[in-house]
Design a protein around this ligand. Structure first.
Ligand code: DAH
Length: 337
């Protein structure tokens, strides 16, 4: 047996060595009392005198090589793979990545809208999705013959007392004015329902944010200022805003609010229908009839109100052309936000 042959055997043995037990076997095979190195050493006295020192050195080098190899292996076994699974642990295997979820785009934009109004002093309040006919219509000065009361425009749940799925978030105005005295500054995010056929711009369920402020001497100019702050915070400070006269039963005067088209900057394109403007919400000064029904003195108090569709704001802001994308839960869409 010579030193070279033992050295080659060491190299071969260390290759597949993957457990502390196997390492101990390996150690005993070479360094044990009856191991191969002891055997080599025992041949020294029989060697010619001039070869003995060189042979002894060779055995020593082998011994150091073995000690180093054993130490290295021990480090690996005791490091990342302590415990019973050592034999099967592959420390080179990639770890398991945790997939992080995130908020739905509608939740994000709702939070963003509420945060903007909250910074301007508005409280955030919610209301129930099942409403009385009174809160959804009558309390808001919507007359009995108004088309929005028809069954094809509202989901009715029960005939008496009439319950329905709210068709807008405005009934929370009625609830809050019954509960609290002015001054009031409130925004109301929430789901609303309408029996519309589903297409790229309609859904039977969508989200709105209602807002209103009631106090002495609230003026139309307050409404304008608040909404301009809002529009600029969401769409950027270069956006222009305009009020277009409109009709809502619960406000007088009423206006729809447009922003300059965020795609063409007002020049006219396919998104804004060549108008240069995009409608974003309805608004107005709260009708005195609403105050009267709720026992608020319309001579003392005035107020403004507005309501917007959250999907519409999100579609404009993110350039989304189909409302159905929000509700299909397609991860290819949702992961973009
Ligand atoms: N409730 C209206 C709708 O769903 C939106 C709206 C318009 C709300 C004008 C308001 C308002 O408070 O003043 O179409």
């Amino acid at each position: 047996m010579d030193i070279k042959a033992v050295s080659a055997q060491i190299d071969a043995d260390i290759q597949g060595l993957n457990s502390p037990e196997a390492l101990e076997q390996f150690r005993l095979k070479y360094l044990g009392r009856k191991g191969l190195l002891a055997e080599l050493t025992s041949t020294i006295p029989g060697l010619p005198k001039e070869e003995r020192a060189g042979f002894g050195q060779g055995v020593n080098t082998l011994k150091n090589k073995l000690l180093n190899l054993i130490e290295e292996k021990q480090k690996i076994f005791s490091g990342s793979c302590a415990g019973a699974a050592q034999a099967t642990c592959d420390i080179g295997m990639p770890g398991m990545a945790q997939e992080l979820g995130h908020l739905h785009p509608i939740t994000r934009i709702t939070d963003e809208i509420c945060a903007i109004f909250s910074r301007m002093g508005f409280s955030i309040v919610e209301g129930p999705e099942i409403e009385s006919e009174y809160n959804n219509f009558t309390g808001l000065n919507i007359p009995l013959e108004h088309p929005s009361r028809e069954a094809f425009d509202t989901f009715y749940l029960k005939d008496y007392p009439k319950l329905l799925l709210r068709s807008h978030t405005s009934p929370v105005q009625v609830r809050q004015m019954q509960e609290q005295k002015p001054p009031l500054a409130i925004v109301v995010p929430g789901r609303v329902y309408r029996p519309d056929a589903v297409d790229a711009s309609h859904s039977f369920m969508f989200h709105q944010v209602e807002g209103f402020m009631v106090d002495r001497e609230i003026k139309f100019s307050d409404l304008k200022g608040i909404l301009e702050m809002f529009a600029k915070a969401v769409f950027g400070s270069e956006i222009k805003m305009r009020f277009r006269p409109h009709f809502f039963p619960f406000t007088e005067p009423s206006a729809e609010v447009d922003i300059s088209c965020i795609i063409c900057k007002g020049k006219g394109c396919s998104v804004c229908g060549r108008k240069g403007w995009l409608e974003i919400l309805g608004s107005g000064m709260i009708h005195p009839n609403v105050f009267k029904q709720l026992g608020i003195d319309a001579k003392k108090y005035t107020g403004f109100a507005f309501g917007m569709g959250i999907e519409r704001i999100a579609m404009l802001k993110y350039g989304i052309n189909d409302i159905r994308l929000f509700f299909e839960n397609d991860l290819r869409f949702l992961r973009q936000f």
